[in-house]
Ligand binder design. Structure first.
Ligand code: ADP
Ligand code: MG
Length: 367
C-alpha cells in the first residue's frame, strides 16, 4: 500500500503535479493519518453497535484515529491532497463528500426522524452515517446556515464517539467558521470539538494552482454583457442546438416545479435572474446540475450587498454546477474576480470566482 508521500512524489515524477514546498510540508501529517488508520483495529460499529452497548453486551468502538482539518486559500491543493488520503487509506468503509451536500443529506434524514417524535434526532442519523464509513472526507467545510450550525456539534460528537475519523478541507481556520452567524455561542462547542479531534493544519502554499491550468479552446466567458456578448452567446447557442426548438425544461424538485427557460437534451439556457432572482435553494440547483451537461447563463450582473440574496444563490448554483462538472458558457458584467469586489460576502465569493475561472479552462466538464 503506497503512502500519501509516495502517491504525491509519483505524480510529481510524471509531471502530473508540480512540486510545491508547502504541499510537501503537510505530507508527513497525511502519512501519519493513513498509518494510524492502517494500524487501528477494524472497529465494526455494526457488531459493537449502540444497541448492544445499551444492553451492556459490547464495549464501545475503538477511539477514532485523530483526523485532519486542512485549511488555506483557494487553489492551494487541499482537495487534491485529501483525494490522495482517500486513495491511500487502507480501508473499504471510506467516503468523500462535499460538506454542503452531506449536510443536506443530514437535514433530510433529520426531517424524517423528527416526524417520529424522537428526543435526540441527531443521534440515529449520525449512527447511520457511522455505520457506513470509518473515514469521512469532507470537501469545503463551511457553515453559513443556522440549521446546520445548530446540529453539527452533536452530529460530530456522535460520529467521533462511534470511531469515525474525519478529514476535512476548508478555506477558513476553525475559529472563523460560522463567523458572525446567528446564535454563534451555541456553535462554539463545535469549534472546540474540531480542535480536540482533528489536527488543524494550514496549507500555506504560495501558488494558486488553478491559475496555472492551460488556457485555450473556445471562449466561454463574455464580458461585459453587452449586445456583442449577447450575439456571441446566441451564435454559440445555435451551434450547440443546431437550430432545433428549445422549449423550457421543467424539473420536479420536492413537489415543486423549477424551470430552465430553454433546453435541448442536456443543454440549457437561462438568464441570471431566471436562476438567481427567485427563491430557489440548493436542492433546485442540484437538480439543474444533475439534468444538464452544459448551461448558458446570460447577463450575470455585478454582485454586492445590495443584491446579496441573488449573489448567495449564485454561489450555491456555481457550487452545484462545479461539483457536477457541468460546463458553463456565460456573459457577465466583469471577470469572475471582479464580480463581487467588496463588502460582506466578498470573502465567500473568492472561492466562487476561483471555480468560475477553473470552469473556463479547456478540458473542464463531463467528457
Ligand atoms: N502541485 C500541483 N501541481 C499541479 N496542479 C496542482 C497542484 N496542486 C493542485 N493542483 C491542481 O490545482 C487545482 C486546484 O487544486 P485544489 O486541490 O482543488 O485546491 P483547493 O482545494 O485548495 O482549492 C486542481 O485542479 C488541482 O488538481
Ligand atoms: Mg478544494
Amino acid at each position: 500500500m503506497a503512502s500519501v508521500s509516495e502517491l504525491y512524489e509519483a505524480r510529481v515524477a510524471t509531471g502530473r503535479l508540480a512540486p510545491d514546498a508547502a504541499q510537501r510540508g503537510v505530507l508527513p501529517v497525511l502519512d501519519r493519518l493513513v498509518r494510524d488508520l492502517a494500524a487501528a483495529p477494524a472497529a465494526a460499529p455494526q457488531r459493537n453497535g449502540w444497541l448492544s452497548r445499551l444492553r451492556g453486551t459490547a464495549p464501545g468502538p475503538a477511539p477514532a484515529v485523530r483526523g485532519l482539518y486542512l485549511w488555506g486559500g483557494v487553489g492551494r491543493g487541499k482537495s487534491m491532497l485529501m483525494d490522495l488520503v482517500m486513495e491511500a487509506a487502507p480501508l473499504a468503509a471510506k467516503r468523500r463528500v462535499h460538506f454542503h451536500e452531506f449536510m443536506q443529506e443530514i437535514q433530510a434524514a433529520l426531517e424524517g426522524v423528527r416526524k417520529t417524535g424522537q428526543q435526540d434526532a441527531v443521534r440515529p442519523v449520525a449512527l447511520a452515517v457511522a455505520q457506513q464509513a470509518r473515514l469521512l472526507c469532507f470537501d469545503e467545510m463551511q457553515v453559513t446556515d443556522i440549521a446546520d450550525a445548530m446540529i453539527v456539534g452533536r452530529l460530530f460528537q456522535v460520529l467521533f464517539e462511534e470511531g469515525v475519523t474525519v478529514v476535512t478541507t476548508s478555506n477558513r481556520v476553525p475559529e472563523e467558521l460560522y463567523k458572525n452567524g446567528l446564535n454563534r455561542q451555541l456553535f462554539l462547542p463545535f469549534i472546540a470539538l474540531l480542535r480536540e479531534r482533528l489536527e488543524v493544519v494550514e496549507l500555506a502554499s504560495a501558488t494558486d494552482h488553478r491559475q496555472n491550468r492551460d488556457e485555450g479552446g473556445g471562449q466561454v466567458w463574455f464580458t461585459p454583457a453587452d449586445t456583442a456578448a449577447h450575439d456571441r452567446m446566441d451564435a454559440l447557442w445555435r451551434q450547440e442546438t443546431a437550430g432545433a426548438p428549445t422549449p423550457p425544461l421543467l424539473l420536479e424538485v420536492k413537489g415543486r416545479q423549477v424551470e430552465i427557460p430553454q433546453h435541448l437534451g442536456r443543454i440549457g439556457r437561462a438568464g441570471f435572474w431566471d436562476l438567481c432572482g427567485k427563491p430557489l435553494g440548493p436542492a433546485d440547483y442540484l437538480a439543474m446540475a444533475e439534468a444538464l451537461d452544459l448551461l448558458f447563463i446570460d447577463s450575470i450582473p455585478r454582485l454586492s450587498q445590495s443584491n446579496y440574496n441573488e449573489a448567495k444563490r449564485f454561489v450555491t448554483l456555481i457550487d452545484a454546477l462545479y461539483e457536477a462538472k457541468v460546463r458553463l458558457i456565460a456573459s457577465a458584467a466583469d471577470e469572475p474576480e471582479r464580480l463581487y469586489a467588496e463588502g460582506e460576502g466578498a470573502f465567500e465569493f473568492e472561492r466562487t470566482a476561483s471555480r468560475l475561472r477553473e470552469m473556463r479552462d479547456a478540458g473542464w466538464g463531463r467528457s
